[in-house]
Design a protein around this ligand. Structure first.
Ligand code: PLP
Length: 459
């Protein structure tokens, strides 16, 4: 008998209480946080879906590994364990640990980019974009057209537009020092990229002598989608699929806080000897010696074990299904979400849900506040607060106004998800009462992290 219920493939050994708050308490908390969910105290949140970054539960094997951490400054055993784990998956030559993904981006871009350069990507993640722009380069997003339409079904909406990629390279000679693909496409709805697309992008780049990188944060989730959606991969293991994905690239940046299953960490991996040396020199200056790169030995152990666990089929099946489970409930109730559901998160299409809020009053931000106010749920806006501010200080509305509900790995159970669905359906019912917001105070870059907002005037 094949049973239908897909269970959490673990049992719980340690628990952490979460706290209910009243609507009134949440109203006060919101006001004090300047209507910015990043500025809330985590204790005041019931179910925290702000991010899947570093928030997951580690396994008993990871904790056991941490006890074996070798804290030697140079040449620690833990580094070689970490290096072996990364090399088994990526096949890349130089493995440079960093304290998280953005440090890998900063070090790579610091060495590889100069002002005026262009970096094509399916969609840059916010820190990736900011690090490229900080170097004076242009972060160019060129997803396939289907990737910009929230309700259109396509198995690989994360794919990069290959024609646009080639055009960018040929029309800007000497100005494209590298190209990237983000797997899965986090800012584009957690949508996967097909193996065929990765292979073709790699061929285009290499034909023009341009190094090709993966932003590999969710490589295992992407490998799972290739397994279940792309012809010819059904019988391959997630590890074999991941290995093929990496076989097409010259390097990658990685946040181990995602598919590294760790609470902190990341790495830069690449084949080019000279570039690796330059990156290691910067690493020593800003992160640490190349065998620890800003991490403790025990962090390297946790990542080495996590990279193995993240590729287990039972885990990936449960992981992708938990997201789809919430997605199915929302879709059948008519809540507009990005479809098909992606790897690590549900993205609610706030532009469609709240047509009465203009984009300059940030509908996705307003919706994220309502989810907290009504149900204690913390999500994140992926819309015009996050992306609207241009490097020259002007404002341009984002292509989509999304609210992302990101699932921490191995953290919440099915009843948590049932509760989430109940809250979202309720907020959908009262949606006509949700009002827009305006920005009161904001920093010049990555403003969504620290900006203070207020209910829009006249709303
Ligand atoms: C999280 C993330 C990063 C940055 O990693 P950090 O560890 O948060 O610095 C880069 N790219 C993508 C796609 C991400 O999801």
């Amino acid at each position: 008998m094949q049973f239908r219920t897909i269970i959490e493939p673990f049992r719980i050994k340690t628990v952490e209480p979460i706290r209910q708050t009243t609507r009134q308490e949440r109203e006060v908390a919101l006001r004090e946080a300047g209507y910015n969910l990043f500025l809330l105290k985590a204790e005041d949140v019931l179910i925290d879906l702000l991010t899947d970054s570093g928030t997951g539960a580690m396994s008993s094997a990871q904790w056991a590994g941490m006890m074996q951490g070798d804290e030697s400054y140079a040449g620690a055993r833990s580094f070689y364990k970490f290096e072996t784990a990364v090399q088994e998956i990526t096949g890349l030559k130089h493995i440079i640990p960093t304290h998280q993904g953005r440090a890998a981006e900063r070090i790579l871009f610091g060495s590889a980019l100069k002002p005026g350069d262009i970096v094509p990507n399916n969609t840059h993640f916010d820190t990736t974009r900011a690090n490229a722009e900080y170097r004076g380069a242009t972060a160019l997003d060129i997803p396939i057209a289907e990737g910009r339409q929230p309700h259109l079904l396509h198995p690989f909406k994360g794919n990069i537009d290959l024609e646009a990629l080639e055009k960018t390279i040929t029309e800007n000679p000497g100005k494209v020092p590298l190209a990237m693909i983000t797997v899965t496409n986090n800012s584009g709805g957690g949508q996967p990229v097909s193996m065929a697309n990765i292979r073709s992008a790699s061929e285009i780049c290499h034909k023009h002598g341009i190094p090709f990188f993966l932003d590999a944060c969710r490589f295992a989730e992407n490998a799972w989608f290739i397994k279940v959606r792309e012809k010819g991969y059904a019988d391959k293991t997630p590890l074999a699929i991941a290995q093929e994905m990496f076989s097409y690239v010259d390097g990658c940046t990685m946040s181990a806080k995602k598919d590294g299953m760790a609470n902190i960490g990341g790495f830069l991996a690449l084949n080019d000897d000279a570039l690796a040396q330059e990156c290691k020199n910067v690493l020593i200056l800003t992160e640490g010696f190349p065998t620890y790169g800003g991490l403790a030995g025990y962090d390297l152990e946790a990542i080495a074990v996590g990279l193995h666990e993240v590729l287990e089929e039972d885990y990936l099946h449960y992981r992708i299904r938990s997201v789809a489970y919430l997605g199915d409930k929302l879709i059948s109730a008519g809540v507009p979400i990005v479809q098909p559901t992606g790897g690590h998160a549900i993205y609610i299409d706030a532009k469609t849900m709240l047509p009465h809020i203009p984009q300059n009053e940030y509908p996705a931000w307003a919706l994220s506040l309502a989810l907290y106010l009504e149900g204690g749920i913390r999500s994140v806006e992926i819309g015009s607060v996050m992306f609207g501010l241009q490097p020259d200080g002007s404002e341009k509305p984002a292509a989509m106004e999304l609210v992302r509900l990101a699932f921490p790995r191995r953290m919440y159970t099915q009843s948590h998800v049932d509760y989430l669905a109940e809250v979202i359906l309720y907020v959908n019912e009262i949606r006509s009462r949700i009002r827009g917001v305006s920005i009161v105070e904001s920093p010049p870059v990555l403003r969504h992290f620290t900006a203070r907002l207020a209910p829009a005037q006249g709303s």
